[in-house]
Design a binder for this molecule. Structure first.
Ligand SMILES: [Cu+2]
Length: 283
């Protein structure tokens, strides 16, 4: 009876946790354990690779700890007053060379597969170029009439409910959902890096060089990342905010942006006066 009840409580807690993590998974959260929830195929593969490594290192750590504990107890001075002078054991030496090699091969195969998968998109549907500046990002959409805008961190006094302090930008990068986006990164002054944890993307932005990566986001929402290459005084204040919207909303945003208004759909909704505010104004 008690087991049944605790099982039900567990199920409720689990569902609350899953709901909570689904609702706020696009950015780091307080007391977060583990990685941000995956939003792209690359990040999903990174997660499963991470899980595989976790199993392997846990097994190795427990095995080594077990050996140490055994040696410390079994061969302590009181239990083993006359130490043996044995050296070399060919079988053991072969085993402790070959087994680590096999473990490394088991790690290397999925590791290289993932490296090549993240390197380049098969058939990108659109391209965005991100340029790092001290200390903000510039974006270009060459496939959409060469849209160009910059994204600066929003200061604390402009943060509205629903925005993330130090992670929000005045202009968000808007991309359509379920679309393969090729991302070029470069920099205009010093090294920067365009990093978006839930996309599994962290690409150096290097002056005079064009680096390439890609992402295909599977859920609409707002995603936050940061510059991840120490680039000077305000390195910590050049965040990246990506708003993933439906393809229709993206087309509408492109039209608006070509007219000079880069406000993303969600930002536009936040800026629109609520019915209450309108009432106050009319009073
Ligand atoms: Cu930077």
């Amino acid at each position: 009876m008690r087991a049944k009840r605790s099982g039900a409580v567990g199920a409720v807690l689990l569902s609350v946790f899953c709901w909570a993590s689904a609702a706020m998974a696009q950015a780091p959260v307080d007391w977060q354990l583990g990685l941000q929830r995956a939003a792209t195929p690359v990040k999903q593969q990174m997660e499963s690779f991470h899980d595989l490594l976790l199993v392997i290192i846990t097994a190795i750590s427990i095995f080594v700890l077990g050996l140490l504990v055994y040696v410390v107890i079994r061969f302590r001075a009181s239990a083993n007053p006359v130490p043996s002078k044995t050296t070399h054991n060919t079988l053991i030496e072969v085993v402790w060379t070959v087994v680590p090699v096999i473990i490394l091969v088991i790690i290397a195969v999925p590791s290289f597969r993932l490296l090549y998968f993240m390197e380049k998109a098969d058939s990108p549907e659109m391209t965005i170029k991100a340029t790092g500046y001290q200390w903000y990002w510039g974006y270009e959409y060459p496939d959409h009439g060469g849209l160009t805008f910059t994204a600066n961190m929003l200061p604390d006094n402009e943060i509205k409910p629903g925005m993330k302090r130090v992670l929000e930008t005045d202009n968000r990068v808007v991309v359509p959902v379920n679309t393969t986006v090729r991302l070029y990164t470069t920099a205009a002054d010093v090294l920067h890096a365009w990093a978006m944890p839930s996309f599994g993307v962290k690409k150096d932005a290097v002056p005079g060089r064009l680096n390439e990566t890609w992402f295909r986001v599977e859920r609409e929402g707002v995603y936050y990342g940061q510059c991840s290459e120490i680039c000077g005084t305000n390195h910590g204040f050049m965040p990246i905010a990506v708003e993933v919207v439906s393809k229709e909303a993206f087309d509408a945003w492109v039209k608006k942006a070509q007219g000079g208004d880069y406000t993303s759909p969600a930002m536009a909704a936040m800026n629109a006066p609520s019915p209450n505010q309108t009432a106050q104004v009319s009073n």
